[in-house]
Design a protein around this ligand. Structure first.
Ligand code: UDP
Length: 417
């Protein structure tokens, strides 16, 4: 288990001292994060790293996961799709089921939630919990990780009723902010440089991962890591690969992903991907277990071309992860990818499979330029998208939420009396 002091090696002492300073007035505060899965997807990835460090800084933090039946997750997945712009049906019964599951979860969590000083609700699944906690004493914040740039209005109109009762919300991009009657914070997600997913690996480990999945380590590899979700456009990636393959016949493609317990559409999309891949032995569709962090790390390090061709993207941690490994990323021109892929500097923004193919060919033909872009990519992440920055912003938001109406907030140094 990493502790906050381990990060001194990555960020320097000042950054960590400042975190202690910010955390001091929050020590012992009861903070509860709530989402809908412990594994799979970016939210679980972040919380699994953020929560232990918030504890290490002295906050009394819990991470709770709501439970629901398959139908509940079908509804919430359709909310997810709707919020990212797809017209989806909104039947009375479905909405009733969503609200009832919220109320049932609140039965179990009520005392913890009502006692908390800060409750952070992640994404739409647990939104209704607030309504079932009438005696809440703390501040409730909605942290939205979804690309809300052009929501399907009926879905947002419905969910907005819940959101507006919160004390504040947090979005990843200014583009996602919405007219709401409370403070909206902007905060980007982050990666943990010391986690198994991002730590340094040896060449041997990278080589071994390629052999493990039947790849030829001497031939180029194009990679996309993501849940099997249509917004990640896996079929577009296969199309791009085929276009590149006609110029670089030795190219291999890996589509690596796993399921998330709150994503019921994964299997159907996986089948579509497998059908599209057909009998091409150079397409490797890998269904990985949720703890395959080192494997993903190795594949990202071993890839010659990393793609994240999303059509909508809240942020795209897979992009951050690859950039951190010195890989320029060919990313869909959407949502949070735009913050990370600085066109021609840390990668290329693309709109179509043809665009992705063109850029992939360029990267394969110019490994020296790819290396330079990769250096810039890593620096971009070091300066902007590491967990320590995210931690600092969470602490600041908590301080503002709890003490924002006071004239001054005293931030004492550790050594102060
Ligand atoms: N991930 C994983 N296993 C998989 C697919 C994805 O561990 O099979 C991780 C991936 O490395 C990243 C996160 O899940 O850390 C996905 O976050 P992202 O923001 O890219 O997308 P989301 O799934 O949240 O839409």
């Amino acid at each position: 288990m990493t502790s906050i002091k381990d990060y001194v090696a990555v960020t320097g002492e000042d950054v960590i001292d400042r975190l202690h300073q910010l955390a001091r007035p929050l020590r012992g505060m009861k903070v509860v994060h709530v989402n809908s899965t412990y594994v799979g997807g970016g939210v679980a990835e972040i919380l699994s790293k953020l929560v232990p460090l918030q504890k290490d800084l002295g906050l009394d933090v819990r991470w709770e996961v709501i439970r629901g039946e398959e139908r509940f997750f079908q509804v919430t997945k359709s909310f997810h799709n709707g919020l990212q712009g797809i017209p989806v049906p909104l039947g009375e019964t479905l909405l009733k089921g969503y609200e009832e599951t919220g109320a049932q979860n609140a039965e179990e969590l009520r005392s913890i939630l009502e006692e908390a000083d800060i409750v952070i609700i992640h994404d739409p699944q647990p939104l209704p919990l607030l309504r079932s906690c009438p005696n809440r004493k703390g501040k409730w914040i909605w942290r939205c990780h979804i690309d809300l740039s052009h929501p399907y209005r009926p879905v947002w109109k419905y969910l907005r009723n819940f959101v507006q009762e919160y004390d504040a919300s947090i979005f990843s991009l200014a583009d996602f902010a919405q007219p709401l009657p409370h403070t909206q914070y902007l905060m980007q997600p982050s990666i943990d440089p010391l986690s198994e997913k991002n730590m340094d690996l040896t060449q041997e480990e990278v080589h071994a991962a390629k052999l493990q999945f039947g790849l030829d380590p001497d031939r180029p590899i194009m990679l996309q890591v993501s849940r099997f979700d249509r917004f990640k456009d896996p079929l577009g990636v296969v199309k791009a690969y085929r276009l590149v393959k006609s110029f670089a016949p030795s190219l291999q493609l890996i589509l690596a992903g796993g399921g998330a317990t709150d994503d019921p559409e994964g299997e159907a999309v996986l089948t579509e991907v497998r059908n599209e891949a057909g009998t091409d032995k150079d397409i490797h569709v890998l269904l990985l277990p949720p703890d395959a962090h080192v494997t993903i790390n190795a594949l990202q390090r071993g890839a010659d071309v990393v793609v994240q061709k999303s059509l909508k993207e809240g942020f795209g941690l897979t992009v951050t992860e690859a950039l951190w490994k010195g890989k320029p990323v060919i990313g869909g021109d959407a949502g949070g990818i735009r913050l990370q892929v600085v066109n021609h500097q840390t990668g290329f923004l693309v709109k179509t499979p043809e665009g992705a193919a063109l850029r992939a060919r360029y990267i394969l033909r110019h490994p020296d330029i790819a290396l330079e872009m990769g250096l810039r990519a890593k620096e971009l992440v070091r300066q902007n998208f590491l967990l320590t920055r995210n931690l600092r912003e969470y602490l600041s938001i908590m301080l503002t939420s709890l003490y924002g109406d006071q004239e001054r907030i005293e931030l004492q140094m550790e050594s102060a009396p």
